[in-house]
Write a protein that binds this ligand. Structure first.
Ligand code: SAM
Length: 361
């Protein structure tokens, strides 16, 4: 039977594993600095499962140890080339279009040399550097004591893209037996582009389950050769049995998902109208565009629960050269709105980056 025995040290040295753009400035067209309002859509897991391809290829993502209380860990995410291939090869009806992006626009951004097209595609198909910091920071916390011990836990990842921080939370939840997970967890994953949620976010969520002890019973049903062969090739087949086992695990672990596409402006309307509050709010590489900050801050402000105190963590590069955004303008916008920002992680290695803990009186 296949065991989790990948030679990760070798794999992690492979330069093809990660394709992390470092500087948003390299990817943003100067002069274009507004992101249009795009109506929100909320998808259940079943809505998105129908858009899955028959199989995906994936790679490990090493999450470095970021301080003395954390330990290095490995997550998994779908390969970007594989998502691109699905987008290009499938016919028009197989991937329901975003309200804003029709398939032609999707093909435009997937083929474009730029990794981010403001107002069309906001870069969610790639894994950006600060998301690794944020997952590393979560690995340094005692999540049980910080948030997961709550009777009902509601998590929001804003501008999730490949959703690395949420994948860490899932890995944590799935590392325990379902009997240890008696309270309900609702995970909300938001991205500007619905196509990102379908091509990248959901496949990564399923991968996270598959690579965890929670999938063990399902994996035991697979012929040994098939399981190890797929693992060697870093391929995962989305068979009906796998999807059923995944959904059963979600029920056993009391985990629910909501996938939200659209701009923050419109997402905020949904959250406010439905009075949804979150205990854990995560976001990485989302403060680069100054014109979007007011909507982001409103979303952060309106979505925090009061009891028990929520944990809101924002990871960002200190400066996004040329684009205008960065930590300073974000912190100023938070304090102007009556919030507080505390830096809980900082590094000057490579591009200067921070993680900020945001709270409101
Ligand atoms: C550079 S990507 C970062 C993706 C991911 N968090 C990471 O760090 O790998 C920026 C993300 O922010 C989201 N985003 C940016 N501006 C937005 C806006 N005005 N409304 C909604 N989402 C937005 C996009 O969905 C996109 O996925």
């Amino acid at each position: 039977m296949f065991k989790f025995d990948f030679k990760l040290e070798e794999l992690e040295d492979d330069e093809n594993i990660l394709d992390i753009p470092n500087d948003i400035n390299d990817h943003v067209t100067p002069g274009i600095n507004t992101i249009s309002s795009v109506p929100f859509n909320v998808y259940s897991i079943s809505d998105l499962i129908s858009t899955l391809p028959s199989a995906i290829s994936y790679s490990p993502v090493k999450i470095p140890k970021i301080n003395s209380s954390s330990s290095a860990t490995t997550l998994y995410r779908r390969d970007l080339f594989d998502a691109r291939y699905q987008l290009i090869s499938e016919d028009d009806d197989s991937i329901p279009t975003d309200d804003r992006n029709n398939d032609n626009e999707n093909l435009l951004f997937i083929d474009a040399p730029s990794d981010l097209m403001p107002g069309v595609y906001e870069g969610g198909l790639k894994t950006w550097e600060c998301s690794l910091d944020l997952a590393g920071y979560l690995a340094s916390l005692d999540l049980d004591r910080s948030v997961i011990g709550n009777d009902e836990l509601s998590i929001l990842e804003i501008g999730c893209g490949t959703a690395i921080p949420s994948l860490y939370c899932l890995k944590y939840l799935f590392s325990k037996p379902p009997s240890a997970q008696t309270s309900r967890t609702i995970i909300h994953l938001q991205d500007y582009n619905a196509v990102v949620l379908k091509l990248m976010t959901l496949p990564n969520v399923i991968l996270s389950w598959y690579m965890s002890p929670a999938s063990e019973a399902y994996r035991k049903t697979l012929p040994e050769d098939q399981d190890s062969e797929l693992a060697m090739e870093f391929t995962l087949e989305f068979t009906e049995d796998l999807i059923a086992a995944f959904q059963n695990s979600l029920t056993d672990y009391h985990i629910e998902f909501r996938f939200i596409s659209g701009s923050w402006e419109d997402t905020n309307t949904w959250i406010t109208e439905n009075r949804i509050k979150f205990d854990l709010i995560l976001s990485s590489e989302t403060v680069y565009q100054i014109s979007s900050l007011p909507h982001l801050i409103t979303l952060l402000h309106n979505s925090v629960s009061n009891v028990p105190p929520p944990l809101c963590l924002i990871a960002a590069k200190v400066v996004y050269f040329g684009v205008g955004g960065g930590v300073e303008s974000f912190v100023k916008s938070v304090t102007d709105r009556g919030g507080r920002s505390e830096t809980v992680f900082e590094t000057k290695t490579g591009v200067a980056r921070k993680i900020m803990k945001i709270s409101w009186s």
